[in-house]
Design a protein around this ligand. Structure first.
Ligand SMILES: Nc1ncnc2c1ncn2[C@@H]1O[C@H](COP(=O)(O)OP(=O)(O)OP(=O)(O)O)[C@@H](O)[C@H]1O
Ligand SMILES: [Mg+2]
Length: 230
């Protein structure tokens, strides 16, 4: 029997929906967003646009299990994430979820290769050189990350997430430091990955050209997620 996900229509099954968030509301000093509903299916890419300070990074943190919202639920393959104990949450976060942060937190003082190895160790996976080649960072592997350019560091941080083979990727302005050509190459890698692994990709960006390459585009505006046609 195929188990259906709570709060979904009967045609939607665990086979296709990877992540679903319902009625998400969150405030810090002021309410960032209210009653947001969003879901991602296998092979789907979703872009989120919005002005600085609208809450895009916060929403991504909530969807990616890093921040419990004031209200609402996040289901990962039918599992209510914030109802799980810490051990289970950590296990899912390590193995199934990949987060590319807005400021790439590489371990300074280590080489690019060492940075990749740490991630692989945590997820118990082996390195996939294919991804390294596609991101054109083979030459950076023996170098200390502190001597790499901003764009190289950004690609190492993307590689670090992809090599651990997560099912759902959350990328917060992953192409911010990159020229148009390299940004497009990075998008190729992430979209191809999502398709091949039947994964899902959430990407926050200010770049409408990058957003337009995704299946679905939203703008975070006036506390709501508004669908956008680009
Ligand atoms: N941990 C926190 N504690 C308090 N306030 C926070 C916290 N994180 C974010 N905020 C506030 O929430 C608002 C939204 O921040 P967020 O980083 O989600 O915006 P953003 O849309 O990603 O912006 P940008 O495009 O500049 O990255 C900001 O006013 C920010 O100061
Ligand atoms: Mg942000």
């Amino acid at each position: 029997m195929i188990e259906t996900i709570p709060n979904t229509s009967s045609t939607e099954t665990l086979e296709t929906t990877l992540l679903r968030a319902t009625d998400i509301t969150h405030a810090f000093d002021y309410t960032l967003f209210e009653n947001i509903n969003i879901a991602i299916r296998e092979k789907e890419s979703i872009a989120i646009l919005g002005v600085s300070g609208s809450g895009k990074s916060t929403l991504l943190h909530i969807l990616s299990t890093l921040l419990q919202p004031n209200k609402g639920k996040v289901y990962y393959r039918g599992l209510d994430m914030y109802a799980q104990n810490d051990k289970k949450l950590l296990e899912i976060r390590r193995k199934e979820i990949g987060i590319i942060f807005q400021s790439h937190y590489l371990f300074k003082g280590f080489t690019a290769k060492e940075n990749l190895k740490i991630s692989l160790l945590i997820a118990s996976k082996k390195i996939n050189l294919d991804i390294i080649k596609k991101l054109k960072i083979e030459d950076t592997l023996p170098k200390n990350v502190s001597v790499l350019s901003g764009g190289q560091q950004q690609r190492v941080s993307i590689a670090r997430v992809l090599v651990k083979q997560p099912r759902v990727i959350f990328a917060d302005e992953p192409t911010g430091n990159l020229d148009r050509q390299t940004a497009n190459d990075v998008m190729d890698v992430m979209l191809e990955y999502t398709h091949e692994r039947k994964g899902g990709l959430f990407i926050v960006t200010h770049d409408e050209k990058i957003a337009s390459r995704c299946n679905t585009v939203y703008r975070l505006k006036e506390k709501r997620l508004v669908p956008v046609i680009l």
